[in-house]
Design a protein around this ligand. Structure first.
Ligand code: GDG
Length: 449
């Protein structure tokens, strides 16, 4: 049976050296699975953007792009996805810009995807649709083809009271109900979805929603990481050497943050918490240093440029207040690193400070806990991952003093206790392996029919 993955973005990006895997949770999760099974990946392409062509020897997968006219792309992606669904699902209501034009473009883009997928679909194929960009696609496809359709929602499904702020809420829920199986990272999101569907009048029985004579299943499938690949990277001599070099460069206890530069990730709040920590815990001055990697993202959206400006300002202020001849309190990297270098950062860090204000799952937390040998993970209790990584030090990401207290606690935790926590986390993360996630979801999709 062939697998057709449909997602907004392709799992590759163009670099001066050629094609490289895209940065982000989705590509990290699905590329290994599709490469192992073979199949088609369908993704959008903004008109004018260079088409991506995969040579057979570069990959076992076939890439098909759906070209969207520029204006439509702006409304669909820049508008409906990034200015409406993303902030709403992460509970940033004040950032939601409800514009009808955005919804029109979202409908058109989803229709183009539907035509393309219908065109290439073989009778035996299974369709696996990804994320909030394509919420109308399951229904559009269900009207045209009988194939099994799975849908996975990678970001939080908010409480039904928040979701109902959307004037198009019912249409979006109906769009999803074209699928046979809808997956979420956590039970909280699945329950929120069921309540939302009930609000719009759909009968619910257990974890199933009825629409006419169809029953649609809602399940929890927490996404994990490619554990084998990370084990390999940790054993790589060059990665270990690089980690040593980073430790040397830091010269102090190394605290690490890694995120896309997105307001949901709580980078600004984390920097403010660190600034406050240095003020209120003066004995740690000169003994710790924070490395913050902020990967550029959605730079065409004004909101993100404004966030960058605010982050730059706080970075400057921390340096201005605390920098000493013999101590650099903060190193801020506004760039993306290759995976080997990222893992070297993980290995070098004594503490990872992962404090999103909301996050569907947060794979960085899993990657750090899995690769670290004696570090400690401080994790936001508002990230999906917190439902699974119980041995992390959980914090409220809005509570700046609480973050400082957790930092102090983490830095004081003896090696034995840190390793005990890690050991438990490794077992949990082994259980969340990405291949198991995809296979588990696809198995359930096949079984349910
Ligand atoms: C969405 C949801 C959900 C980051 N910087 C670099 C880099 N990364 C990689 C990390 C990780 C991925 O990007 C980020 O994944 P997250 O899960 O942390 O966050 P989102 O991108 O927001 O992903 C999220 C996810 O989808 C999956 O469902 O968990 O909640 O928001 O794999 O390693 N990779 C490289 N260089 C970097 O500088 N190579």
């Amino acid at each position: 049976m062939g697998l057709v993955i449909v997602a907004n973005r392709a799992p590759f990006r163009l670099t001066p050296e050629g094609l490289a895997p895209a940065v982000g949770g989705l590509a990290s999760a699905l590329l290994p699975v599709l490469e192992a099974r073979g199949g088609v990946w369908v993704a959008a392409r903004e008109e004018g953007e260079k088409a991506l062509t995969l040579r057979p020897r570069e990959s076992a997968i076939r890439l098909v792009q759906v070209t969207l006219p520029q204006k439509e792309w702006q409304g669909f992606y820049g508008g409906f996805a990034n200015r409406i669904l993303w902030p709403l699902c992460h509970y940033f209501l004040e950032k939601v810009e409800l514009k009808r034009d955005y919804f029109q473009d979202y409908v058109r883009a989803n229709q183009r995807f539907a035509s393309k997928v219908t065109e290439l679909l073989q009778p035996e194929d299974v369709v696996f649709i990804q994320d909030y960009h394509l919420m109308l696609l399951p229904k559009l496809l269900r009207e045209r083809v009988p194939n099994p359709i799975g849908f996975f929602f990678h970001i939080p499904w908010p409480s039904s009271g928040v979701f109902r702020v959307l004037p198009w809420g019912k249409a979006l829920v109906e769009g999803l109900l074209g699928a046979d199986l809808i997956g979420f990272h956590t039970s909280e999101y699945a329950e929120n979805f069921l309540r939302t569907a009930a609000h719009y009048g759909f009968p619910i029985e257990g974890n199933r929603v009825r629409w006419g004579d169809r029953w649609i299943r809602v399940e929890v499938h927490p996404l994990g990481i490619d554990t084998a690949r990370f084990r390999e990277l940790v054993r790589d001599k060059r990665v270990q050497e690089h980690a040593q070099a980073l430790k040397h460069l830091a010269g102090k206890r190394l605290i690490l943050g890694v995120d896309r530069l997105d307001y949901t990730k709580g980078i600004l709040e984390r920097l403010l918490a660190y600034e406050r920590f240095l003020r209120t815990h003066p004995h740690w001055r000169g003994k710790v240093t924070l490395f913050q990697i902020a990967t550029p993202t959605r730079t065409s959206v004004a909101e993100y440029r404004e966030l960058k400006r605010q982050v730059d300002e706080v970075v400057g202020r921390i340096m201005g207040s605390f920098l000493r001849e013999d101590w650099i309190p903060l190193r801020y990297f506004y760039q993306a690193f290759p995976p080997e270098e990222l893992v070297a950062f993980y290995l070098a860090a004594d503490v990872a400070l992962i404090t999103p204000l909301r996050d569907g799952m947060n794979l960085v937390a899993l990657e750090y806990a899995y690769t670290s040998e004696e570090g400690i993970l401080i994790l936001s209790n508002l990230a999906g991952a917190a439902e699974y990584l119980r041995e992390a030090l959980l914090v409220n990401p809005y509570d700046l003093e609480g973050i400082g207290a957790a930092l102090d606690q983490a830095l004081r935790t003896p090696k034995g206790a840190r390793q005990e926590r890690l050991q438990a986390l490794w077992d949990r993360i082994d259980g969340l392996d990405v291949k198991r996630w995809a296979e588990g979801f696809l198995h359930s999709l096949a079984e349910g029919r």
